[in-house]
Design a protein around this ligand. Structure first.
Ligand SMILES: Cc1cc2nc3c(=O)[nH]c(=O)nc-3n(C[C@H](O)[C@H](O)[C@H](O)COP(=O)(O)OP(=O)(O)OC[C@H]3O[C@@H](n4cnc5c(N)ncnc54)[C@H](O)[C@@H]3O)c2cc1C
Length: 292
């Protein structure tokens, strides 16, 4: 495997390198997906453009003027899982990032790289779907913002063009009394991809579920939201009957496949179990906040 490694010091330089070498070039953040794919000869770019020296893409920060959290494209899972702003507002996203691979992988792998790689089981994708994250994509002719719900187009595919780079993901402030839960089901307790991933984020007002968002990973060609489950919960005092209805809606919405890691039937069954569990957890946390 021979390739040229280039390290631009600015976004502008990265774009001109991409324009020069595309379509033989791939950009790289932590390299924990890209280098593995190259080693396995699934990809063989002749040029790899490392983003690590572009300072404006680093870090996680809360921007009080736009009231949003900004996750730079170089922010690692370790940074996301330990960010005080994310822990305070979106602890389920921090939790998802903390479940990626191993400490070594989390210290290198980025959350933006996780979504750009677009595996259906991408750990952080369901939580990002539930918080309505916005992906900022820059190209030679300017920047555009894409809602995370419109970002994934298929397994390994996104809306990012060959001459574009994702610079950051932003997450707007949550509604009052909001909380989430992320549950990963995997055969091994660590270093394993999700067989099913379920994220729920909801807010409560006077004990009633005000707004609910439910998302699934590893059970469809892309991570998905489940609007039917969300509609069942929103505006309701959630009881066992509604929990069951939401679980059924999620089981209906998913399109799992059978592979070496699990059968489609098991995945679908577990979607039902975990959606109920995640809603209960998120509801409990939101009600605690309201009671504070
Ligand atoms: C041992 C091991 C265990 C793992 N466990 C998990 C797990 O439990 N859960 C999980 O979800 N993943 C897991 N992964 C996969 C991987 O670590 C994550 O997907 C990681 O977040 C990828 O980020 P990265 O920065 O390393 O991406 P890279 O490998 O650098 O890039 C991945 C893809 O995204 C593109 N890309 C990266 N950044 C940008 C950008 N800013 N703009 C445009 N395109 C970009 C690259 O061109 C490439 O196609 C594991 C990997 C390994 C090696």
């Amino acid at each position: 495997m021979r390739f040229q490694y280039l390290q631009p010091a600015s976004l502008q330089e990265a774009f001109s390198l991409l324009a020069q070498h595309s379509p033989q070039a791939k950009v790289m953040a932590g390299g924990t997906d890209l280098l593995v794919a190259m080693k396995m000869q699934k990809l063989s770019p002749s040029v790899v453009i490392g983003l690590s020296q572009i300072p404006e893409m680093a870090g996680v920060a809360y921007d009080s003027s736009s009231k949003a959290i900004r996750i730079g494209a170089l922010a690692t899972h370790q940074e996301v899982s330990s960010s005080s702003a994310i822990l305070e507002k979106f602890s389920h996203l921090a939790g998802a990032a903390s479940l990626v691979g191993s400490r070594q992988v989390r210290n290198l792998g980025t959350t933006v790289g996780n979504i750009c790689n677009a595996s259906p089981s991408a750990e952080t994708a369901p939580a990002l779907l539930t918080v309505e994250a916005v992906v900022n994509i820059a190209g030679p002719t300017g920047t555009r913002q894409v809602a995370i719900g419109d970002f994934f187009t298929g397994p390994g595919r996104t809306v990012v063009g060959g001459d574009e780079i994702v610079t950051e993901v932003t997450i707007p402030d949550p509604e009052p009394n909001s909380a989430g839960a992320y549950i990963k089901l995997s055969p091994r307790r660590a270093m394993d991809l999700a067989v099913v991933g379920v994220a729920v984020f909801l807010s409560v007002r006077n004990g009633v579920c005000d707004k609910a968002r439910v998302a699934l990973g590893a059970v469809a060609p892309t991570p998905i939201r489940v609007p039917d489950a969300e509609a069942i919960l929103s505006g309701e005092a959630v009881n066992d009957n509604l929990l069951e209805q939401a679980a059924q809606a999620a089981m209906k919405a998913c399109r799992p496949i059978s592979d070496v890691r699990s059968s489609a039937e098991y995945r679908r069954e577990m979607v039902g179990v975990l959606v109920k569990r995640a809603i209960r957890e998120a509801l409990g946390r939101s009600r605690n906040q309201e009671g504070d």
